[in-house]
Design a protein around this ligand. Structure first.
Ligand code: ZN
Length: 295
């Protein structure tokens, strides 16, 4: 795999460059703050699959092109592709296309959100999320699927979906990657929290100046790349198993039910399963709340 492979990975919504045994996988919809649609999800999966198969790759780094890491799931760009059929890889289920109501949403989100993030968490090579700018809602899911996060000082995080009446994003890792009380605060308010706060909570490993971010991640990846591949794979599995023994997997399964109950309640009582809030309305509300917080 080399930079010349960029063109055949998902119409460039994801780019890949292999350098010094590190696969730099980059979200590439900068004009939409890297909002994640299904095209991007499957391009990411293609990129990760090839990185796993490529003996030259020891470590995978996930980052975002442009000013932000990822603004979340695509709920409002022209490339939003919620009704598009895709090859199912994460779970064994029928297609969401042509289904209705909860049947549609369950099929789709089991595959493209919860299922895919779980699949990526089990990638047997170390994965570092390199986060700058916004890392919001579905963006958190991508960063959390990686083994750890190195962020720049300008990075900020939030899961504001309580505004839609929904108890957190589909990959409900919040209480495990922070702690239960912090998770409640972050979810109840939907507020942005800084890279420094995320580090204090244990969610982010390192915070560095923006212009040092790539070099810091490259240095860390380089150190890890010197370790034996199979040893790293077993070590990753060991820690993931410990996390699951702390209830993460079972917890996510139970919360996925609450999440879908919320979608259904919205569909029943408002205009749609997102409580009538599109990307623009969400952004406006989040911005207003952020300004209020600073006043
Ligand atoms: Zn959902």
């Amino acid at each position: 795999m080399s930079q010349t492979d960029v063109a055949d990975v998902g119409a460039q919504v994801v780019t890949v460059e292999v350098r010094d045994r590190v696969a730099w996988v980059t979200l590439n919809r900068p004009e939409y703050r890297n909002a994640q649609n299904s095209a991007m999800t499957y391009a990411l999966d293609d990129a990760f699959t090839r990185a796993v198969d490529d003996d030259e790759v020891a470590v995978i780094v996930l980052s975002g092109n442009g000013d932000h890491f990822c603004a979340g799931h695509d709920i409002g760009t022209p490339g939003r592709d919620v009704d598009v059929e895709f090859e199912r890889r994460a779970v064994m289920h029928w297609t969401h296309v042509g289904q209705e109501g909860g049947d549609l949403r369950w099929a789709r989100e089991s595959e493209v959100y919860l299922g895919m993030c779980r699949r990526w968490r089990e990638i047997p090579k170390p994965m570092i999320a390199m986060v700058h700018g916004a890392c919001i809602a579905g963006g958190l899911m991508l960063a959390w699927s990686c083994d750890f996060i190195i962020a720049s000082e300008d990075a900020f995080f939030s899961d504001p979906v309580v505004r839609m009446g929904i108890p957190g994003v589909e990959y409900f890792a919040h209480p495990w990657v922070t702690n239960p009380r912090a998770a409640k605060e972050l979810l109840f308010t939907g507020d942005r929290f800084s890279a420094l706060r995320a580090q204090q909570l244990g969610m982010v490993n390192q915070v560095v100046a923006r212009d040092e971010l790539r070099a810091t991640v490259a240095a860390m990846a380089g150190r890890i790349a010197q370790m034996p591949r199979f040893g790293l794979a077993l070590t990753k599995k060991a820690v993931n198993q410990a996390e699951d023994l702390q209830g993460m997997r079972a917890g996510m399964d139970s919360v996925f039910g609450l999440h879908h109950f919320a979608h259904a309640h919205n569909a029943e009582t408002s205009t749609d399963s997102l409580g009538g809030l599109d990307a623009k309305a969400m952004a406006a509300k989040n911005k207003a709340a952020a300004n209020k917080g600073q006043a």
